[in-house]
Design a protein around this ligand. Structure first.
Ligand SMILES: O=C(COP(=O)(O)O)[C@H](O)[C@H](O)COP(=O)(O)O
Length: 325
């Protein structure tokens, strides 16, 4: 049993709540917040023994891990920080954990800006990108292209049901990028004037499949039909190491209330049996590698089928779940 002083800090509970309720969202932001929360746990814990310290960190990591299942950046971040927890005294454990969390967060930021430079090479002056959801990795490519003096336009898919497209549109407008906001159903028509589909990823599997916001796979199929290249911007923390041994990526299913209000439900159901109406709300889908042209990472760009080589290089060691007791 874990020692009594292995308590999860309230700040960690608060971060976990914010991730679960999507106040903190997007794979990179989730990873960053999780690493920061573990540093807070390490700083605040009143654990009186190395054993209690380790147990408290593992508990905190598990609390964070259980928030959202699809973005692998979350377990990758937790694993990185917990693997860095070294020492035989509480003081050493504390300082090594905090140092690793800080290193992770700095690396994350630098990786995104390097990735942006790599992705910007694909964008030419005057190009139009079509986006889906809100991805900081994808936007880093646009930002780097703008810094190089290129003019870029964007067609931004609204992205039902939570309309993360509005966040994308806001950021692009802050940078002065002309934006056409379109409903998701306008995707195929909008592809007529797009030069690239540019999206992010929550997880990338060993076969090069891309797990991203629901609607990405349909968009990629249509883009292939129209001959518009599909570019996935994804730092290497989006690579899912467990898929090298055949695990599949869990697709998060979210609440009906994101899709249908109580009043709308009542209107549809009328006098009929309420159980006859169910709402499916999967948050992500899987785009097969044949519909993806390139995965842009901070290590360069890769055809999806070759991403496994990079995955082996980065995650060749055993992965494991260090937050399990
Ligand atoms: O699908 C989403 C966000 O989904 P949600 O809004 O459900 O979290 C983003 O495309 C990826 O997380 C990549 O984002 P980033 O490039 O910022 O890591």
């Amino acid at each position: 049993m874990a020692p009594a002083d292995a308590r999860v800090d309230p700040a960690v509970e608060e971060t976990a709540r914010a991730i679960a309720e999507m106040e903190i969202r997007g794979a990179a932001a989730i990873a960053d917040a999780a690493a920061e929360a573990l540093a807070t746990q390490a700083r605040q814990t009143d654990a009186g023994s190395p054993e209690a310290f380790r147990a408290a960190l593992r508990r905190a990591a598990r609390t964070l891990y259980e928030t959202r299942p699809t973005a692998v950046s979350l377990p990758n971040a937790l694993r990185y920080v917990l693997h860095g927890m070294e020492g035989t005294t509480v003081s050493d454990l504390r300082s090594s954990t905090i140092a690793h969390a800080e290193e992770f967060r700095t690396d994350l930021e630098q990786a995104q800006s390097r990735l942006g430079e790599v992705g910007a090479n694909r964008l030419r002056d005057g190009d139009v990108v079509l986006t889906h959801c809100h991805s900081t990795d994808a936007l880093a490519c646009v930002e780097a292209a703008l810094e190089e003096g290129k003019e870029i336009e964007a067609i931004v898919k609204e992205t039902r049901p939570r309309k993360q497209g509005h966040i994308t549109a806001r950021e692009l407008r802050e940078w002065g990028v002309p934006v056409s906001l379109v409903v998701d159903n306008a995707a195929r028509r909008s592809l007529e004037r797009a030069d690239h589909v540019l999206v992010g990823a929550d997880s990338i599997a060993a076969d090069g499949s891309v797990v991203n916001k629901i609607g990405t796979s349909g968009l990629a199929v249509m883009a292939r039909e129209r001959g518009v290249p599909v570019v996935v911007a994804a730092q290497t923390i989006k690579l899912h190491p467990d898929t090298m041994t055949g695990h599949t990526v869990e697709i998060e299913r979210r609440a009906e209330s994101e899709v249908l209000s109580d009043e709308e439900r009542a209107e549809i159901v009328g006098e009929s049996d309420p159980d006859g109406l169910t709402v499916e709300n999967p948050a992500f889908d899987v785009t097969p590698p044949r519909h993806v042209d390139a995965i842009v990472t901070e290590r360069g760009q890769f055809p999806p089928e070759s991403i496994v080589v990079l995955m082996r290089e980065l995650f060749g060691h055993s992965t494991g779940e260090p937050w399990r007791p």
